[in-house]
Design a protein around this ligand. Structure first.
Ligand code: SF4
Length: 378
């Protein structure tokens, strides 16, 4: 493939498709263009690794030491990103890498790509993953040039981290410390009060756990998630269910059921957006500290019948957020609607929220008199 890649050539080239999906299965990126979901919208991103060979030996990873070989040239990746962007196939780049050399060398190469893109006028979204153990000046440069920057934690406890990622360094120093530095750098730019069109960590900091590669229960993931959201001000914690890969040390381990990943996401959003704490969620965990396979907010409501029904005309925003099915936007809609006119009947509720949502929340709400709506909808 030539260094310059036209949009037409990109569309036609089978090799291009191969290049982009090559070795990306580790992160569930089967398609050359990955659709990230952000704020209710699907955002097509070119999601790729800078290289597909690694000198580390993480126990769950398909790319661990000596298994495959391949790498993007900086110029080629820059050209591909710009061509895909100009042909409106993508709205951004999600760039990560294997640790094919010293962590600083890897991140320097990632930054070469990002710097070249910005120099060539690329203002699209860039999500950059830096490596555990990266030096601070590179972390700060990444937070300046990219919109979102992260480093993956992989495991919720130090012991589990050393077990599955024996080469990455200390959990606290090599990973948590880097997350702290990224947060501080992004916060520094935020405090300046400017509203940049791109970069400057404006989309926040993220990390990812591999769920189920070790025996840690959901509670350990949620406890660390709470710290990450509250203390380090992360914008997103991702959960990636473990899947065994042949010829790796964990090939015989059971895969993580997809519902576990979903329930962890739901519980983490309760912590991030709904004011829930791990202590509250503790009440719905089983004896081993795992979430049940049901919406955690519904499980919490079942465990606390004394909190319901909630009066739609009197409840605070925080109380409204306790109702299963009500998110922040819907809660605000209820507050706005009742400030104009009280919600007094089920028909009013349907008018404000629509038929499906009104039906879903009906068992949990009243119009002022406890139990009134529950009786109305039977
Ligand atoms: S650092 Fe670990 S998880 Fe990342 S590519 Fe290398 S072996 Fe895989």
């Amino acid at each position: 493939m030539s260094e310059f890649i036209s949009a037409y050539a990109l569309r036609r080239s089978a090799r291009w498709r191969y290049e982009l999906i090559r070795d990306s299965r580790w992160d569930k990126c089967y398609a050359p263009v990955y659709e990230a979901v952000g704020r209710g919208r699907r955002i097509p991103l070119l999601k790729t690794l800078l290289a597909s060979f690694c000198r580390y030996g993480c126990a769950y990873c398909a790319l661990r030491q000596g298994m495959r070989r391949g790498a993007w040239g900086v110029e080629r990746l820059v050209n591909a990103t710009i061509a895909l962007s100009q042909s409106r196939r993508i709205e951004g780049l999600f760039l990560s890498s294997t640790v094919f050399g010293d962590p600083d060398r890897v991140v320097e190469r990632e930054l070469e790509v990002v710097e070249k893109l910005r120099r060539r006028g690329y203002t699209g979204y860039i999500h950059l993953k830096v490596m555990p153990g990266t030096s601070r000046y590179l972390v700060e440069r990444a937070a300046e040039l990219a919109d979102r920057v992260g480093v993956n934690l992989e495991a919720p406890l130090e012991s589990a981290f050393s077990e599955v990622c024996p080469d990455k360094g200390g959990f606290r120093e090599a990973v948590l410390k880097r997350l702290e530095w990224i947060s501080e750098a992004a916060e520094k730019w935020r405090r300046r009060g400017e509203r940049p069109r791109w970069g400057f960590g404006r989309a926040g900091v993220d990390t990812q756990f591999v769920v189920g590669a070790t025996d840690e229960p959901d509670k350990t993931y949620l406890e660390l998630t709470q710290k990450l959201y509250h203390d380090l001000k992360l914008s997103r914690v991702y959960f990636s269910g473990f899947e065994p890969i042949p010829n790796t040390p964990l090939e015989k381990r059971r895969s993580c059921p997809p519902w576990r990943e979903l329930r962890l996401y739901q519980a983490s959003f309760l912590i991030r957006d709904y004011g829930f704490s791990v202590e509250q969620l503790d009440e719905i965990l089983d004896d081993f500290g795992n979430l049940p396979n049901k919406d955690p907010k519904e499980a919490y409501a079942e465990a606390h019948p004394e909190l319901f029904p909630i009066d739609l005309n009197q409840a605070s925003l925080r109380e409204l957020l306790l109702i299963p099915g009500i998110g922040l936007e819907t809660a605000k809609r209820i507050v706005a609607a009742r400030s104009v006119q009280k919600i007094e009947t089920y028909a009013d509720l349907r008018r404000v929220l629509g038929r499906a949502l009104a039906r879903k929340i009906a068992p949990y709400v009243s119009f002022g008199e406890k139990g009134a709506l529950r009786a109305y909808v039977g």
